[in-house]
Design a protein around this ligand. Structure first.
Ligand code: CP
Length: 306
């Protein structure tokens, strides 16, 4: 049983809670593999997605997860909502609460926005990515994908390379993987590594090769140009050449090491096309894990009310 009303970040969750979500997610994924998409777990529940930033995977997979379990689903894009007329986040939340929503899934450019919403509404709040802070369901789906390929997360060597400074995915993975006993190495240009990330448990490496050496999993991260103000690296071409993950760099990893990326991928920048489409890539598998883990989150949050 989850101890929290909301899923705001993996910093908040215990290893037991993470394990429970992953275990239920594994069961959900087995059903999805059998093409079973009609389950009763959320019958009579209302779920709203409230997105103030663009999304393909996260919004779509939360919507499908809720629909596969029988929920009523409403999607709100801030661009076409009363937010454009000046309504505050808190007032939007109160409005959604008054409509008897059971779960509100929010993506927002400001770190902490989901927490503010959660303090305001009775509905369960799920953080679908808040600024540079956390993206818990992404890290959970990443861990689910890893757990399917290895007997345990304990002792797993995970290398994360890319725009770590602006990445909520990197932070949620760091918090989650460390709680589950994995080792996390990080590498990026110095301009894209947040100061003191090592104090949160990451090993900050001085080269791609050091980060990838003996890794079981190599995760590339998207260059988040929308959160950058220029001058952090010379050009995308030079970034790819000196910091991207390619076949040469992967020779340092364990044989068969998994290649992962949260998407959307800038092909040929963070990862080569050969790696994205190769046998060891789990990028498409991550997408299916995304629906499964989001089904688990929605089920576990609302289960005590059934
Ligand atoms: N990984 C991820 O959050 O993708 P979207 O931005 O498409 O939701």
């Amino acid at each position: 049983m989850l101890k929290h009303k909301d899923i705001l970040g993996l910093y908040d969750l215990s290893a037991e809670e993470i394990d429970e979500i992953l275990t239920v997610g594994e069961s959900m994924k087995k059903l999805l593999r059998q093409n079973i998409k009609k389950l009763p777990h959320l019958q009579g529940k209302s779920v709203t997605t409230l997105f103030y930033e663009n999304s393909t995977r996260t919004r779509c997979s939360f919507e499908l997860a809720a629909k596969y379990m029988g929920a009523h689903v409403v999607n709100i894009a801030a661009e076409s909502s009363s937010v454009k007329k000046g309504e505050t986040l808190v007032d939007t939340g109160k409005t959604l609460d008054a409509m008897k929503n059971d779960v509100i899934i929010i993506r927002h450019p400001m770190g902490g926005a989901p927490r503010l919403l959660a303090q305001t509404v009775k509905a369960h709040v799920v953080n679908a990515g808040d600024g540079m802070n956390e993206h818990p369901s992404q890290a959970l789906l990443d861990m689910l994908t890893m757990r399917e390929n290895f007997p345990t997360l304990e002792g797993l060597n995970v290398a994360i390379l890319g725009d770590i400074r602006h990445s909520r995915v990197a932070k949620s993975n760091l918090f989650g993987l460390k709680k589950m006993g994995a080792n996390v190495r990080m590498y990026a240009p110095k301009t894209l590594i947040p100061t003191a990330i090592d104090r949160l448990g990451a090993k900050v490496c001085t080269s791609r090769e050091e980060a990838v050496d003996g890794a079981d999993v190599v995760m590339g991260l998207r260059i988040q140009l929308e959160r950058q103000h220029g001058g952090l690296f010379p050009s995308l071409g030079e970034y790819a050449k000196f910091y991207g993950v390619n076949e040469e760099v992967m020779k340092y990893a364990k044989p068969g090491a998994l290649v992962m990326h949260p998407g959307p991928v800038n092909r040929g920048v963070e990862l080569t096309s050969g790696l994205i489409d190769g046998d060891t890539s789990r990028i498409e598998e991550q997408v299916l894990s995304g629906i499964a883990v989001r089904m688990a989150i929605l089920f576990l949050l609302t289960k005590e009310e059934l």
